[in-house]
Design a protein around this ligand. Structure first.
Ligand SMILES: Nc1ncnc2c1ncn2[C@@H]1O[C@H](COP(=O)(O)OP(=O)(O)OP(=O)(O)O)[C@@H](O)[C@H]1O
Ligand SMILES: [Mg+2]
Length: 595
C-alpha cells in the first residue's frame, strides 16, 4: 500500500485525530466486552458441567452474577459501539466538510490555463464523488482498523490462553487471506480508477449538454447527444460491472478459505476434548471466540480491498490539491492607485509551450487617460491581448510596463483591483441584480450609487420593470436577461468599480443601435481620465480613439489615428471602413425608403 498516501490521509485528519482515536478506542472496548462475554459463557458451562465450583457455593448468587455480567457486557458493547459510530461519523463528516471547503477555495484560485485544460465535469466529479469515497473511507473503513486489530489480538490471546496449540492452529489462514486480499487490492484499484475516470467523462458530458442545451435543441441534435451519452453510460456500466465482479468474487473466495479454517479448528478442538486435553467449557468458549477471531481476519481482507477505493479517490483529490494556485500577492507596488501609463515592447504570447504564438511583436505606448482601440478579424488576438493586462495569462516574451513597472512584478490582486473589464461574454450569478452590480466592487456603496451606475449603463429602466426591482434574482430561479441586458449589467458593475484601466471587450456587440448610442455616451463619460481599451468590430465605435491598433494573426499591421489610417488606401482599416459605411448607407437608404 502506498505509505505516502496513507500519511497524507492522516494529515488530512488534523484536528480530528482525537475523535478518530476515541472512536477506534470505543469500538475496541466494545469488542472487548464481547470477548469477555465468551469467558462468562465458559465459566457458565464449566459451572453447569461441574468442573468449576459455584461462586461462594451459592447457585442463586452464581446465576445472578452470570446474568448481571451478561447484561453489563451487552450494555458496554452496544453503548460503546454507538459512541464509536457517532464519533466516526463526526470525524468523517468533518473531514469531508473541511476537504470540500478547501477544494472549493483551491479550485477557484487555480490559474486560467488550468481551468482551460480541465473539464468542469471532471472537477465536479472529484469534489463530489471522490470526496464522498474518501468520506466513506473515514466513516467505515478507517474506523475498522482498530477494531480489527484489537479484536484479533484479544481473541487470539484468549484462545492461546485456553490452549496455545489451538491458538496457533487458528491463524494458519492469515497468509493465504493476505495474499488473496493483496491480489484483489491491486485489481480493484485499477478497476476503480477506470470507473472514476469514466464517471468523470459522463458528468462532463452531462454538464456540457446542460450548458449547451439551447444549441442541442436549435440543431435538433437530441438523438445524437442521447447516443453519445448512452455510449459513455454503457462504458460506465461495464466498468461498474467489472468492479462489482471483483468485489463479489472476493467474498466467496475468502469465505471458503475461512470456512475451512473454522472447520479445521472445530475438528481439532473436538479431538482435543475427546483426548481429554480440553474441557467442554473451554470448547464452548473456543467456538464462541474463534468466530470473533475469524471476523477480524475476514474484515482485514475486506478492509484492504475497500481501502483501494478510498486511496484512489484520495489520489484524485491530491492531483488537484498539488496544483499550484495563482499567486495573487507576490510583487511590489509602491502606490495606492496606478495612473494608467502603459507600454508594450515586443510583446509575444503563446497559450502553451510549443504552440504557435497568438501574439507577436506587439509594441505601443499609451498615456494615462488615453483610449486605445483594437480592431481586427475574429481570432486575431484582441481578447488575448487585453487579458494580459490583469495577468490572466503571463506574456511569454517582451515587456509590458504599467507606470514604468514591469507588469509581472505587480501583484495580481492589486492589478485586478485597478482594472475593470466588461467581458465579451458577460456572466451573471444566480443572485439578485443588486448583488451582481456590486460584485467585487470592493467598497461600501449606497443604493443611490448603484442606481446611478445602472442609469449610466442604460439598464436602470429595464430593472424597474422587474417585479422585485433590484432585488430580482437573475438566472435559473429568476428573470432571464437578454444578452444586451447582461452586458449592460456588467457595464454598471464596472462603472461602480471605478477602475484606472478600463477594458471594453466588444461591449456593445449585443445591443441595438439606439441603445448602443446611449451606452456609448455613457461609456465616453466613463472613459474620461481612464486608460481605456476598446475592442470593437464597428469602426464607428473607435473613430475617436487616441490610438487604433489593427490586428491580424496576432500582429499589429496598422496603427495610428482614424484619419491617418484611412490614408493608407490599401490597408485593412480602410477596407473595413469602406465596407461598413457602404452597409450603413444601404441600411439608411432602406430606412428612408420605407419611411
Ligand atoms: N484559452 C485559450 N487557449 C488556447 N488558445 C486560445 C485560447 N483563447 C484563444 N485562443 C486562440 O488565440 C487566438 C486569438 O483568440 P482571441 O480570443 O484573442 O481572438 P479575438 O481577436 O478576441 O477574436 P473575437 O473577435 O472573435 O473575439 C485564436 O486563434 C484562438 O484560437
Ligand atoms: Mg475576443
Amino acid at each position: 500500500m502506498n505509505r505516502k498516501k496513507l500519511a497524507g490521509l492522516w494529515a488530512v485528519m488534523n484536528d480530528f485525530h482525537g475523535s478518530y482515536l476515541l472512536s477506534v478506542g470505543a469500538l475496541a472496548i466494545s469488542s472487548l466486552a464481547k470477548t469477555a462475554t465468551m469467558f462468562v459463557l465458559r465459566y457458565f458451562a464449566e459451572v453447569v458441567s461441574g468442573t468449576q465450583p459455584y461462586f461462594r457455593a451459592d447457585i442463586a448468587l452464581t446465576f445472578a452474577l452470570i446474568s448481571i455480567l451478561f447484561i453489563v457486557f451487552a450494555i458496554v458493547e452496544g453503548g460503546l459501539a454507538f459512541v464509536s459510530a457517532k464519533l466516526a461519523a463526526y470525524t468523517a463528516e468533518n473531514i469531508a466538510r473541511r476537504l470540500r471547503n478547501f477544494l472549493f477555495d483551491h479550485i477557484q484560485r487555480l490559474t486560467f490555463s488550468y481551468h482551460n485544460k480541465i473539464p468542469t465535469g471532471d472537477l465536479i466529479e472529484r469534489v463530489t464523488s471522490d470526496l464522498d469515497a474518501v468520506r466513506r473511507f473515514f466513516s467505515e473503513q478507517a474506523i475498522g482498523v482498530g477494531r480489527i486489530i484489537l479484536l484479533f489480538f484479544i481473541n487470539w490471546f484468549a484462545i492461546l490462553n485456553i490452549n496455545w496449540k489451538l491458538g496457533l492452529a487458528s491463524v494458519v489462514v492469515i497468509p493465504p487471506i493476505l495474499l488473496i486480499s493483496m491480489w484483489f487490492f491491486k485489481n480493484v484499484t485499477a478497476a476503480y480508477e477506470k470507473y472514476q475516470e469514466q464517471e468523470a467523462k459522463l458528468s462532463t458530458t452531462l454538464q456540457e449538454n446542460l450548458n449547451g442545451v439551447r444549441v442541442v435543441k436549435a440543431f435538433a441534435r437530441q438523438d445524437y447527444e442521447k447516443d453519445k451519452f448512452e455510449k459513455e453510460n454503457w462504458e460506465k456500466f461495464l466498468k461498474g460491472k467489472f468492479l462489482l465482479l471483483m468485489h463479489s468474487l472476493f467474498w466467496p473466495l475468502s469465505d471458503i478459505v475461512l470456512g475451512f479454517q473454522m472447520l479445521g479448528g472445530f475438528l481439532y478442538a473436538a479431538v482435543m476434548v475427546i483426548n481429554g486435553e480440553l474441557s467442554i467449557g473451554s470448547y464452548l468458549a473456543y467456538v464462541g471466540l474463534v468466530v470473533w477471531l475469524i471476523w477480524p481476519i475476514r474484515n482485514l481482507g475486506r478492509l484492504i480491498v475497500q481501502t483501494s477505493t478510498g486511496l484512489v479517490s484520495y489520489a484524485r483529490l491530491v492531483e488537484i490539491i498539488s496544483v499550484n494556485r495563482e499567486d495573487l500577492e507576490t510583487g511590489t507596488i509602491d502606490r495606492q492607485r496606478i495612473t494608467g501609463r502603459i507600454e508594450f515592447d515586443n510583446v509575444s504570447f503563446q497559450y502553451s509551450d510549443g504552440e504557435t504564438e497568438v501574439l507577436s511583436d506587439i509594441s505601443f505606448k499609451v498615456q494615462p487617460g488615453q483610449s486605445i482601440a483594437l480592431i481586427g478579424s475574429t481570432g486575431s488576438g484582441k481578447t488575448t491581448l487585453v487579458n494580459l493586462l490583469p495577468r490572466f495569462h503571463d506574456y511569454t516574451g517582451g515587456s509590458i510596463k504599467i507606470d514604468g513597472v514591469e507588469l509581472n512584478q505587480i501583484p495580481r490582486r492589486f492589478l485586478r483591483s485597478q482594472i475593470g473589464i466588461v467581458e465579451q461574454e458577460p456572466f451573471l450569478f444566480s443572485r439578485t441584480i443588486k448583488e451582481n452590480i456590486t460584485y467585487g466592487v470592493g467598497k461600501q456603496v449606497t443604493d443611490e450609487e448603484i442606481e446611478q451606475a445602472a442609469r449610466i449603463a442604460a439598464i436602470h429602466d429595464v430593472i424597474t420593470t422587474f417585479p422585485d426591482g433590484y432585488k430580482t434574482i437573475v438566472g435559473e430561479k429568476g428573470v432571464t436577461l437578454s444578452g444586451g441586458q447582461k452586458q449592460r449589467t456588467t457595464i454598471a458593475r464596472t462603472i461602480l468599480k471605478n477602475p484606472r484601466i478600463l477594458i471594453l471587450d466588444d461591449s456593445t456587440s449585443s445591443v441595438d443601435t439606439e441603445t448602443e448610442a446611449s451606452i456609448r455616451s455613457a461609456l465616453n463619460a466613463l472613459m474620461k481620465d481612464r486608460t481605456t481599451f476598446i475592442i470593437a468590430h464597428r469602426i464607428q465605435s473607435v473613430i475617436n480613439a487616441d490610438l487604433i491598433l489593427v490586428l491580424k494573426d496576432g500582429k499589429v499591421v496598422q496603427h495610428g489615428k482614424h484619419d491617418d489610417l484611412l490614408k493608407d488606401v490599401d490597408g485593412i482599416y480602410n477596407r473595413i471602413y469602406q465596407i461598413q459605411t457602404r452597409i450603413d448607407d444601404e441600411y439608411n437608404a432602406e430606412i428612408e425608403a420605407t419611411a
